[in-house]
Write a protein that binds this ligand. Structure first.
Ligand code: ADE
Length: 228
């Protein structure tokens, strides 16, 4: 998979892309991420990417012409038709709440494009003509889309074939359903008198599986009944 990220602060993406799952996905050749700096690609003589809002008001707005020009210089095609070729995702708190089913859907594409807003917002014509969909991480406001793009990318990358080890994929297979994870423990078995549940050290795999299923069900019921 190839992912393109258009943003104004590419440095924010440097370590998420280098480390952990995203780094591993790139090393394994499962993922290539190209980060495009909107200042560098701006047609503006001063390399500006934003401007003041028409009608007045605080803050700056990301320019549609800058974004379109950047996309066109990368894809050599009209920026308004790219969303018909692959997902062009605008990261914004106004978007659809991101979830695992969207991660799965995005993971099925060969190419993804992420548009990161910054400042007070993006020109409305970006939404109308450049973005094919809008995604939000949740009901809170980040200072820009870069961290949101990294989060979405990591959720997608771990679903790509060859990125996770076998164990982890198997675990995901059985528990990516509608339930929260069961509680996990590791050494020490006794930490300041707080002991690991006996069943987990019993060696009885049938009982362990049943215990975990029940814990996952109880936990989901109490914390996220909407999932059941
Ligand atoms: N950009 C700013 N806030 C955001 C959010 N909550 N989700 C996605 N992108 C954002």
């Amino acid at each position: 998979m190839k992912a393109h990220v258009f943003c104004t602060l590419p440095d924010i993406l440097a370590s998420p892309l280098r480390c952990g799952t995203l780094g591993r996905a790139m090393d394994a050749g499962a993922l290539e991420v190209l980060v495009h700096d909107l200042h560098e690609l701006s047609p503006d003589p001063h390399h500006k990417a934003d401007d003041t809002p028409y009608g007045g008001g605080p803050g700056m707005v990301l320019r549609v012409d800058v974004l379109a020009h950047a996309m066109e210089s990368v894809f050599d095609a009209d920026a308004t038709v790219l969303k018909e070729r692959f997902p062009v995702v605008l990261l914004t708190p106004q978007g659809k709440r991101f979830d695992q089913s969207q991660a799965r859907e995005l993971a099925s594409h060969e190419t993804l494009v992420f548009l990161c807003g910054r400042y007070e917002g993006v020109d409305e014509r970006v939404r109308e003509h450049l973005a094919g969909r809008e995604v939000s991480l949740g009901d809170f406001v980040l200072a820009g889309g870069e961290i949101a793009a990294a989060a979405v990318l990591e959720a997608v990358a771990r679903l790509l074939p060859g990125v996770l080890g076998n164990d982890e994929s198997l675990l995901r297979e059985s528990f990516s359903g509608p339930m929260l994870e069961y509680p996990q423990y590791t050494r020490p078995a006794d930490w300041r008198g707080r002991r690991v549940p006996d069943v987990l050290v019993s060696g009885d795999h049938g009982r362990i599986r049943a215990w975990r299923e029940e814990q996952a069900r109880q936990r989901t019921l109490h914390r996220r009944p909407d999932l059941l």
